[in-house]
Design a binder for this molecule. Sequence first.
Ligand SMILES: Cc1cc2nc3c(=O)[nH]c(=O)nc-3n(C[C@H](O)[C@H](O)[C@H](O)COP(=O)(O)OP(=O)(O)OC[C@H]3O[C@@H](n4cnc5c(N)ncnc54)[C@H](O)[C@@H]3O)c2cc1C
Length: 359
Amino acid sequence: MSEKTPEIGGTAQVALVGAGPIGVELAVALKRAGVDYQHFEAGQLGHTLTWWPRDTIFFSSPERIMIAGVPLHTAGQRHPTGEEYLAYLRAVVQQFDLQIHFYQPVRRIERLESGFCLITERHGRLLAYRAEKVVLAVGGMHFPNWLGIPGEDLPHVSHYYRDPHDYFRQEVLVVGGRNSAVEAALRCWRAGAKVTLSYRGPAIEREQVKPALLADLDTVVREGNLRLLTGTVPVEIKPGEVELACTGPDGQPAGGRRMRVKADFVLLMTGYSMDTTLFEQLGVNLTGEERAPQYNPETMETNVPGVFVAGVAAGGRQRKFRHFIETSHVHIPRIFTALTGQPYTGPLVEPGAKTSETA
Ligand SMILES: Cc1cc2nc3c(=O)[nH]c(=O)nc-3n(C[C@H](O)[C@H](O)[C@H](O)COP(=O)(O)OP(=O)(O)OC[C@H]3O[C@@H](n4cnc5c(N)ncnc54)[C@H](O)[C@@H]3O)c2cc1C
């Protein structure tokens, strides 16, 4: 069946895709300078943060993740929760009266002889916008990393978790060995779950996990409150139990040794991957194992003239997190100057020599 003909949506000098923190920060800079732009967001403002577990606290301190020079205050001067940060983003959007096309995903981008055509969707209608330049601030967490094992799609299995309360007095298997897995395991245990943490490596990779979480995990495991099974990987999930295989040095099942653990719920905290579709449609080179877009670090312009990348999308499918909010503020002046030819005079959070406990 052929696709419907899109209706005309509008034209702009710049099309900005994605309204996470970095997309919003760039939007403020464009609006302040009077640049004619259209801003599209597939979901609601800060969509990626909306599926964080309830009450998750940022590792970054407030001044490192504030945007557009708007102070971020919290009670007790502690690090904000995801919910507080979403409230902050709403305030920034209101403060600068930013116009964002929410719930209007960009489905396709075509290169024209001059400029680009973005096909977006709203209420099932296709709307086409023309723009001279495109900025992709689409983030890097579109899909969970599926393990590809039997039972992964069962209803008690999830790649996301919202609330540790759900697991009170339940047996929970958490799979993974980084911050989100360790934090999920600790929070579920504190919420009254019986938790097993399975990680495929021979030990939790200490440089991949925040020091505070590591110290907490060490204590809780040492005191026998949480079972840590390193060198294991799930190979089959059934209602009520999971079969784990012992792994070799490469983290893959080896030697045929198996064990069964009881699990009312299984949380697969195995990371997320970026949807590279828009980059591919535009002909942006995706390089290396992480398929990071090729770009000029001085301007953030990709190998396709007129197409820019901002925020964590610059990192592709990050295995080791180097791009996050803290380290992405610097993209704003680079892109702003490349788009407008003007020096950037707005506020800027410089990434410190040592960021606050690298995310
Ligand atoms: C549990 C957790 C804790 C974290 N803690 C920290 C921390 O302490 N400090 C820190 O700096 N970072 C932290 N991060 C990372 C942080 O969430 C990201 O760095 C941040 O969200 C990146 O901002 P962004 O604007 O680049 O991308 P995102 O916030 O991912 O925004 C991208 C937006 O683009 C939209 N989008 C995607 N595709 C399309 C499309 N085709 N059309 C329209 N819109 C589209 C998405 O819906 C999304 O809203 C944490 C992440 C997690 C999961």
